[in-house]
Design a protein around this ligand. Structure first.
Ligand SMILES: [Cu+2]
Length: 171
């Protein structure tokens, strides 16, 4: 296309019609040309850090995260509350696009042994933090995000039901 464009423009100056349609068809022949440059190792992209807090009122401070396709992000979850983990633990489970967060959390309720992240549903999970007690923090890194809407939830019993959830929107 780099070669064709000036030609196209110069033709357009002479004859205003027909140029675009005629030149568009053989585009496939130019597709291979930039491959060597594209295959070169990309410089490591900066990792954007997203801080999310959870507290004793069962709320995340962020319920929407936006990211770009291909981006790598680090989510740092901090439990800023003071109640004991057994009564008010929080985690952050990023689910695959299209996953029903309510159904996931309903199933997770019975998975106390694995801190409410059921082994049987791990294929629905992109990444998750541990269950955090008061003043604890943990990060997860999501690499090379694909476009989609990823629900995220706290799977501690009943926390989803009171609104401990959000969505990561990757465009
Ligand atoms: Cu929670």
């Amino acid at each position: 296309m780099k070669i064709r464009l000036p030609l196209c423009l110069s033709l357009a100056a002479v004859a205003l019609s027909g140029c675009g349609q005629k030149e568009a068809a053989p585009a496939a022949t130019t597709a291979a040309a930039p491959a060597p440059a594209a295959a070169a190792p990309a410089a490591p992209a900066a990792v954007r850090v997203i801080e999310i807090t959870a507290n004793d009122t069962m709320k995340y401070n962020l319920t929407t995260i936006e990211a770009k396709a291909g981006e790598t992000i680090k989510i740092v979850l901090t439990n800023t509350g003071t109640l004991p983990k057994e009564a008010m633990g929080h985690n952050l489970v990023v689910l695959k696009p299209g996953t029903d967060g309510a159904a996931y959390c309903a199933a997770a309720m019975t998975a106390k042994a694995t801190e409410y992240v059921p082994e049987s549903l791990k294929d629905q999970v992109v990444a998750h933090t541990a269950l955090l007690g008061p003043r604890k923090s943990e990060e997860i890194i999501l690499k090379d995000l694909k476009a989609g809407e990823y629900p995220y939830v706290c799977s501690f019993p009943a926390h989803f039901a009171v609104g401990m959830k959000g969505v990561l929107i990757v465009k």
